[in-house]
Design a protein around this ligand. Structure first.
Ligand code: ADP
Length: 471
């Protein structure tokens, strides 16, 4: 079989820039694809966080990462906006990025079979390929896959800004870009791509409904035949308690005592009481409505009454900063509230916590629950999206299951699952069996990368045989 050529275009890629799960995916999927023999390359903007000289580098064995440079657009402290809101020139910035993706392909003489675009920031690429570059023979065999990592972030702009895309104004039309009087980049990406995927099978179904479709369920329905759901994986070279350099002490399922050494060291670092027996509950998340913090806010007082320690790491909406700051002030001795982005602290919290909370309203895939498994930390989650595809309720009788999961978005049910987890925790033997069991689960990229490769092959045209016939 001919080697597939794929360009993965993303506005954030680990280890160069990250605000969320998209960066993890864009950084680790290519590594797994390379192992499968795919000629995959990556392209992203050169933000000030990219500490690389020049406009390219390599990751993995030999994966080229191309950086798009523009001081004005990308040399900023943040990726998409600051505390005052989104950057006002985001449409300009990402139209520029999308055009440059195509121009860079030509400069590098790399005509991909698949242009794999991700979220609204690169949604213009399939549009450009079908309009401005329609007759450009360089891209004559290029097909597009558009992956939705989170349908709620659509890239919405005022209609007066449409000319900044460089496209014919006729495209500001209900069939393409127009969405309730606004420019919607995500919508255009969905309309113009050869195939669409999202990051879990359940989310792929959910986004066709009014409840989860964010107004785009109708458009998605028209593309249902080419809509796929592939669960993300995680990179065990990064997320592995046996080798993680950020931990106080590395550990495996055979020496779980060392997980508790991490717990004690973190308690010391964060000024909490040092006690390896007290249940430690962790949360690491963007502080956004999506993540279910209103549910947590309703019950956190009661949870803290259950003699636990609570550690939170996150940044986001001001209202949640206020909520958690108040909580920290009221429960100084048992909580550690860290309102920042801190990759090192995150790794230590995954390792040190016993229980991890994800009461999401919706969750396209969710990576934290998979990271938790690997670190022997038991997740309590809501049954939505990728959480539903990866967490199975633990049954104390049969010992089946890998965590705790509740259906309805309701604080009472959430609290009930936390209590179940705490009860099991206080029962040491089954708890450590569960810890060991979840550490052995496999959520690596291997299976998911194969699914992507299959999908890429499905959308690339069958090459003509020597006789000029199509098989
Ligand atoms: P989303 O992409 O919706 O934010 P995911 O669960 O898919 O959620 O991925 C979130 C990723 O970002 C995880 O790797 C998580 O550990 C990380 N993360 C979130 N908030 C922080 C933070 N404040 N500091 C460090 N890492 C964080």
């Amino acid at each position: 079989m001919a080697k597939l050529k794929v360009l993965l275009a993303s506005s954030e890629v680990v280890p160069f820039a990250k605000t969320g799960g998209l960066a993890d995916v864009a950084g680790s999927l290519p590594l797994a694809l390379e192992k499968l023999g795919v000629d995959v390359r990556v392209i992203m903007p050169k933000y000030s966080s990219v500490k690389v000289k020049g406009n390219s580098t390599t990751i993995g064995k030999n994966i080229k990462v191309y950086f798009v440079e523009n001081e004005d657009y990308f040399h900023r402290q943040h990726l998409y906006g600051d505390k005052f809101g989104d950057y006002r020139d985001n449409l300009e910035r990402f139209s520029f990025f999308s055009r440059e993706i195509l121009e860079r392909c030509k400069k590098e003489n790399f005509a991909p079979d698949i242009m794999h675009c991700n979220d609204w920031q690169t949604a213009l690429v399939p549009v450009y390929l079908n309009t401005l570059y329609k007759f450009d023979t360089f891209f004559k065999d290029t097909k597009t896959l558009f992956t939705i990592h989170n349908l709620a972030y659509q890239g919405l702009f005022d209609k007066a800004e449409f000319p900044k895309t460089g496209l014919d104004c006729a495209l500001f039309h209900i069939h393409y870009f127009e969405f309730y009087g606004k420019v919607n980049l995500m919508k255009a990406g969905i309309v113009y791509s050869d195939a669409i995927s999202t990051v879990s099978p359940t989310y792929a179904k959910e986004i066709l409904t009014k409840e989860f479709g964010c107004g785009l369920e109708g458009v998605l329905k028209t593309r249902e035949k080419v809509l796929y759901g592939i669960l993300n994986g995680i990179d065990y070279d990064v997320w592995n308690p046996a080798t993680d350099k950020q931990l106080f002490k590395n550990y495996t399922a055979d020496d779980l005592e060392d997980k508790y050494t991490n717990k004690e060291m973190l308690q010391k670092d964060l000024g909490l009481k040092i006690d390896r027996d007290v249940p430690m509950i962790g949360v690491i998340s963007r502080l956004a409505d999506q993540k279910g913090f209103d549910l947590l806010g309703k019950i956190i007082g009661e949870v803290l009454n259950l003699k636990v320690q609570f550690i939170l790491l996150g940044t986001g909406d001001q209202k949640y900063h206020v909520l958690f700051e108040k909580m920290a002030a009221a429960h100084l001795k048992t909580t550690s509230i860290n309102l920042k982005f801190d990759a090192v602290l995150a790794q230590r919290i995954y390792a040190s916590s016993d229980i991890f909370l994800m009461p999401s309203r919706y969750e396209p895939c969710g990576l934290s629950q998979m990271i938790c498994f690997k670190y022997g930390t038991v997740p309590v989650v809501r049954a939505v999206g990728g959480l539903k595809d990866s967490v199975i309720e633990y049954d104390p009788k049969s010992k089946d299951g890998n965590g705790f999961i509740f259906e309805e978005y309701n604080a009472h049910y959430f609290f009930a699952e936390i209590k179940k987890a705490l009860n099991l925790y206080r029962n040491r033997l089954p708890w450590s069996d569960l810890e060991k069991k979840i550490m052995a689960l496999d959520f690596s990229w291997d299976a998911s990368a194969k699914a992507y490769e299959e999908l890429y092959r499905r959308i690339t045209p069958t090459p003509p045989t020597r006789w000029g016939q199509v098989n």
